[in-house]
Design a protein around this ligand. Structure first.
Ligand SMILES: [Fe+2]
Ligand SMILES: [Fe+2]
Length: 288
């Protein structure tokens, strides 16, 4: 199974100029000249590089998912406005991929940012378009994007490097819109489902919860209640300054988003999310 590197860069001028026009827009350019990887100790530099390389892969993966979703919107009968608005989100994920790649590159590269073939093509022909769209709206938007607003807030609070802070500002600003977009899409898509389909969506959601709990918070709160106290080793302030956080810093923000936004919003739309959340340990983490 050949994994594909995240492909960035083209010699074709037209693509380059359209891409720049769409991606740069009104956002401030990060002060790249103020990023100073040479002044960072080797071990920390590698940790920062790995963290940002993982984001390159995740952001590109988001772009792939949005593209696949948009492709099925007409079949699911969604209004033209939804496709048009979603195309802006696809550009945002391209912007995030590029920004994370530039940070990773400064710290030594992102060769390991690759996608398996199964992650480049999501279409499941056994699933009708309305269920395909419902599944990915629930997992990618209503869990993934809704959680990422909280996680980026944690990164933004800690990032003191001016360039990294500016990159995270852009990611966060875009993700706030993606979160809103996701719930708007959910309000259009979920009420069209039958009761049985909403039950199916709830069962499916347990897999997404298992994945995001593992990925964002290392399942630090298995039975509800409080997140346990962090281990003795304090977070390296140098890593925090450069936009890296451990699961111990992410976990409280992740569970807050789950409790305050994600579960109640799903429930208000008739999706049995509390049950899915309780069942997530029985679901094998299936990567959305
Ligand atoms: Fe993103
Ligand atoms: Fe996003």
């Amino acid at each position: 199974m050949v994994r594909r590197r995240v492909p960035l860069g083209t010699d074709e001028k037209l693509f380059r100029s359209m891409h720049r026009r769409m991606l740069d827009g009104p956002r401030p350019a990060p002060p790249w000249e103020r990023l100073d990887p040479a002044g960072v100790p080797d071990a920390l530099r590698e940790r920062v590089r790995r963290g940002w390389a993982a984001r390159v892969e995740a952001e590109y993966r988001s772009m792939v998912v949005f593209g696949e979703l948009i492709a099925r919107f007409p079949e699911a009968g969604l209004p033209l406005e939804v496709s048009c608005a979603a195309s802006r989100l696809l550009q945002d994920e391209a912007r995030h991929t590029e920004l994370c790649a530039r940070v990773a590159e400064a710290f030594g590269g992102y060769d390991e940012a690759t996608l398996a073939p199964g992650h480049l093509r999501l279409v499941d022909d056994a699933l009708p378009a309305h269920l395909f769209v419902a599944r990915w709206t629930a997992s990618m938007f209503c869990v993934g994007e809704a959680a990422s607003v909280g996680l980026l807030g944690v990164l933004r609070d800690g990032a003191t490097d001016p360039c990294v802070a500016s990159v995270i500002d852009t990611l966060l600003r875009d993700e706030v819109l993606h979160d809103r977009f996701g719930w708007a899409l959910a309000r259009v898509v979920f009420p069209r489902l039958t009761d049985d389909e909403r039950e199916w969506l709830g069962a499916d959601l347990a897999f997404a919860f298992a994945h995001y709990d593992q990925m964002n918070a290392g399942c630090l709160r298995p039975d509800g209640g409080e997140v346990p106290a962090a281990p003795e080793t304090p977070e390296d302030p140098g890593a925090v300054a450069l936009g890296i956080a451990s699961r111990w810093r992410f976990a409280p923000a992740f569970y807050r988003r789950i409790d305050e936004v994600i579960l109640p919003s799903f429930a208000a739309l008739g999706v049995p999310a509390y049950e899915a959340w309780a069942l997530r340990h029985e679901a094998v983490a299936r990567e959305p």
